[in-house]
Ligand binder design. Sequence first.
Ligand code: HEC
Ligand code: HEC
Length: 250
Amino acid sequence: MIRPTQRTLLPRKAARGVLLLSVLLLGCLDREAAPTRASSFGERLFHEPRFSDSAFNNVSCATCHDTGPQPSASRLASGGTLHGVTARPSYFGGYELSLLGAVNFCYVYFMRGAPFDERDPKGKALYEYLTTLGPAPPRTSAPVPLTLVRNVADVPPGDVRDGALLYARACAVCHGDAHSGRGRIDANTPILPEITSSYPRDFPGIAPRLVVIEKVRHGQFFGVGGNMPFFGLETLSDAELGAILAFLGL
Ligand code: HEC
Ligand code: HEC
């Protein structure tokens, strides 16, 4: 019925990824993390939706990732902070071993770009920038846990006022204000919760709130695509999601 969709995509890429990562690292291992022209270019790319060649993409790496030692308190980004990312031994909860593979996953599925390889000058500049995010040499970083919800299930009801704050931190960056969509990234990003009025017709027999849970947990609906990011349990708990649903009146 409700299947995990992102999870299945990752392991297949891992083997190829290890090779690519080794190639990528060979060129960079003994460099200092001091800013270089390449790293400043990489930093610009990190904040630039046009890094992706898709005319339909309006998000950048910075839309979904913080870069400091701790995630920013003012927002609840779907992606974790990339501080120390180049020193992590694995990515996506161990499903992806290569940094290039992890970056390409985001680039392809969330930014609609064509995957780049280790020879790409933009990819190299981005890598140079990511190395400047710490930690200082000798670089070691622990993997970041990621728990994807496999089979979506209903979540406990939450508090409307908590939900308003959580919506503002987690969803408004792309969807804009609830009901009006004011400030949303583009006109193709649906207005919440109004869009859900078609769910009884589009997803007969499934409670609309379950459809929203599926979307938030998998970034996709029931195996159908989309380019919204998923939120793992470490990022957004079921209690927090319940509060957002309460705020949305679902
Ligand atoms: C639309 C949101 C979104 C965008 C845009 C995005 N990412 Fe991600 N990214 C995620 C999510 C969600 C995850 C999984 C949660 C996590 O581990 O951070 C992730 C994971 C990652 C990881 C694996 C982290 C780990 O340790 O497991 C890397 C590396 C990464 N992203 C780099 C990038 C880079 C570089 C860009 C820009 C080219 C980018 N991402 C764009 C949402 C996004
Ligand atoms: C990085 C941008 C981004 C963030 C953050 C984000 N969304 Fe989305 N969302 C999108 C985009 C783009 C679409 C339309 C494309 C798609 O379906 O994937 C979408 C679609 C949806 C849909 C499906 C609407 C429809 O077409 O029926 C729901 C429901 C939804 N988002 C809920 C949420 C909730 C709740 C949050 C916060 C927990 C959230 N989104 C956070 C970008 C985002």
